[in-house]
Design a protein around this ligand. Structure first.
Ligand code: 6R9
Length: 653
């Protein structure tokens, strides 16, 4: 059977950039033409322009042993120097690097000079503990400035960080520490979430309780002041930093020196330790942060709401913004604490000009209603970004209209932990935007949509998303498992005529103009009467109806059609007592039939109050498929809230 994914939903709204925005755009058309004329030359120029090299490189790409790439490999640089010292040396030491906002309302403004000093101290502490280039350091912290300091201090001494999201359990922490053989863990007594001080250190204590791990020291940041158990290996972060010099000269390391490992769970199996290195990674995150977000570092206040425990936090909270000398907001807590307008209050307070967040957050705000953001002055915003899942056209429209005052461009950015940096996105001053489409590969990145046979699908068709040429911020492998790296990403299209293709695992289609629309994970595609239907399109159709805030669609076994569409929807607060569930279901089934066609009409629509999501906010359709097919529910360990599945199952009886 072919992989052709039938595309059914039509979206014809268009939003060109305003003349004012276009006139002062950071990105220019020449980026596309230069990259098309000489792709490697283009990346070499970006690497030289955007970064400081202690030793200039002479080789751009070594692809003689695919899929193992080396970029700029005879060059040497220091990643932390690029994010800190050079801005201070250029006279920008007083510029604010971080406007940090704690959940309880405490705040700190940290300049580039101050951040540099903190990182130098932390680097001296790590060196004093015997940490050397290549050693691994695990970081398990809330969203506090010390998380950024810790990452940069590890990078500064050429060591490798492995940040583990603070919501992960002791068991997940232990398996990641073991896999990376980390020697030091940096944690905190706790952090603030949903109005409470939540302890973190007990999970580290439990993870290391058996005493046979590679970890010799645990550094503990004091955040909440809560009680902590104390072990021989523990040291207070503030005491250690106070006891060392604030002088530290950054040493150069080879461009291919490992920078970090970040674990990604995928759908099945043991988490993969995605490995990223230094020069190529920093080049592409700096390039995309500057051009996709139209960054004017002397004026803008950038806010990426992702936690540093995810790739979005690595690339667009830490490395991209700091490499570019940007001023940004870092917020510790949840969006609805102590009130549902907290994010909008923060935007007003710091005059945030660029906001980068995820569709799951946007849809949650849609569910609550526009009255919350409308209580605050959001006129400082001039650009909005989205990442993490396909953004439904209606969510895109709401984002632009309600948050962006009907004015701001919205960029939908497609990328992955594995790709390290943004790969597909509009450039806001150049591209005519289409709600719901990621649209075009960034300059210097080569993307295609192909069939199972490896052939380009042609405009108007759907298939599999692949990257056809190596890119600077690509993963360099899976930590300790080169075989799995090849099998997972490169084996499927290894015999392509111009070398192996990177298979991303996502479905996509090209519209008539050749623009790219993401259709969801290939594992989630449904097959109804021989038609391959994308989750994203049917979900977008449901979200386009005025009563629906969020929707998840799965394919469930059906005797007649092979699979049938089963939908789970969340109704907007303002609509919850408008009609009975049966009425709403009937209306929505008719709506999808009208918008897409009878083939996509859901067999069942279940009205629920929550959807199962991963801790980074992605809908876990696999679990909904279990419910829809009446099976025992599978592994729920990656769910943000494990009680959700009981609530959903109970509401269906
Ligand atoms: C950055 C990040 C990667 C997966 C990816 C895809 C989905 C991310 C998207 C998107 C549609 C977008 N995804 N951005 N789908 N449109 N703009 O999220 O990394 O956590 O590794 O997830 O997320 O399915 O394959 P990661």
């Amino acid at each position: 059977m072919s992989v052709q994914i039938d595309h059914l939903l039509h979206e014809s709204r268009r939003f060109p950039p305003s003349p004012e925005f276009a006139a002062s755009s950071v990105a220019t058309e020449s980026l596309y033409t230069d990259a098309a004329a000489d792709r490697l030359g283009f990346w070499a120029e970006q690497a030289r322009d955007l970064l400081h090299w202690h030793k200039p490189f002479t080789r751009t790409l070594d692809w003689t042993n695919p899929p193992f790439a080396k970029w700029f490999d005879d060059g040497e640089l220091n990643v932390a120097y690029n994010c800190l010292d050079r801005h201070v040396l250029a006279g920008n030491g007083d510029r604010i690097a971080l406007h940090w906002e704690g959940e309880p309302g405490d705040s700190r403004a940290i300049s580039y000079a101050q951040l540099t000093t903190e990182v130098k101290r932390a680097a001296n502490v790590l060196l004093g503990l015997g940490v050397r280039a290549g050693d691994r350091v695990a970081i398990y912290l809330p969203m506090i400035p010390e998380a950024v300091v810790a990452m940069l201090a590890v990078a500064r001494i050429g060591a490798v960080h492995s940040v583990i999201f603070g919501g992960f359990s002791a068991e997940s922490l232990r398996s990641r520490i073991d896999d990376a053989e980390a020697v030091v863990v940096i944690t905190a007594d706790g952090g603030y979430r949903k109005g409470r001080a939540t302890p973190l250190k007990p999970a580290v204590d439990a993870a290391l309780a058996s005493g046979d791990s590679s970890v010799h020291t645990v550094l503990v940041v004091e955040r909440t002041g809560g009680d902590v158990e104390w072990n021989e290996r523990d040291k207070w972060w503030h005491e250690e930093l106070a006891g060392v010099s604030d002088e530290h000269e950054a040493q150069p390391f080879p461009a291919e020196n490992p920078l970090f490992i970040l674990y990604t769970s995928g759908t099945t199996g043991k988490p993969k330790g995605i490995l990223h290195t230094s020069g190529g990674y920093l080049t592409q995150v700096a390039f995309t942060h500057k051009n996709v977000f139209d960054l004017k570092p002397e004026k803008d206040v950038f806010w990426c709401t992702a936690d540093v425990g995810w790739i979005t936090g690595h690339s667009y909270v830490v490395y991209g913004p700091l490499a570019n000398g940007a001023t940004q907001v870092l917020y510790e807590g949840t969006p609805d604490t102590p009130h549902p307008g907290r994010w909008w209050e923060i935007i007003e307070k710091y005059k945030v000009s660029i906001l980068y967040t995820a569709p799951t957050a946007i849809r949650t705000f849609m569910k609550i209603g526009r009255q919350e953001p409308q209580k605050f002055d959001l006129t400082s915003l001039r650009l909005l970004g989205s990442v993490g899942e396909p953004i439904n056209p209606e969510a895109w429209m709401w984002y632009r209209e309600v948050i962006g005052n009907q004015l701001t461009p919205v960029v939908d950015t497609w990328w992955q932990t594995e790709t390290g940096a943004i790969m597909i996105s509009a450039l806001p001053g150049l591209t005519e935007a289409k709600p719901g489409a990621a649209q075009v590969a960034i300059p210097g990145v080569s993307i295609d949509v192909i069939g199972e046979d490896g052939e380009h699908v042609g405009h108007g068709n759907g298939g599999l998303l692949v990257v056809t040429e190596p890119w600077p911020s690509m993963l360099r492998g899976i930590w300790g498992d080169p075989e799995r790296y090849i099998e997972t990403y490169w084996e499927k299209f290894q015999d392509a005529p111009n070398g192996p293709l990177y298979f991303a695992g996502d479905g996509a289609r090209l519209d008539r103009d050749g623009d790219i629309w993401l259709l969801g994970r290939v594992d989630d595609v449904m097959n109804v009467s021989g038609h391959r239907l994308s989750t994203a399109e049917i979900e977008s159709s449901l979200v386009a109806h005025g009563v629906v805030a969020e929707a998840a669609v799965v394919g469930a076994h059906d005797d007649t059609t092979g699979q049938a569409v089963v939908a789970f929807v969340i109704i907007k607060y303002s609509q919850t007592d408008a009609a009975s569930h049966a009425d709403i279901s009937a209306v929505l089934r008719a709506h999808v039939t009208l918008q897409i066609g009878a083939i996509a009409r859901p067999r069942e629509i279940h009205i629920v109050t929550e959807l199962p999501k991963t801790r980074s906010g992605k809908i876990m359709r696999r679990l909904l498929r279990d419910v829809a097919e009446g099976r025992e529910i599978g592994d729920t360990t990656t769910l943000a809230d494990t009680s959700i599945m009981q609530i959903i199952s109970a509401s269906m009886r």
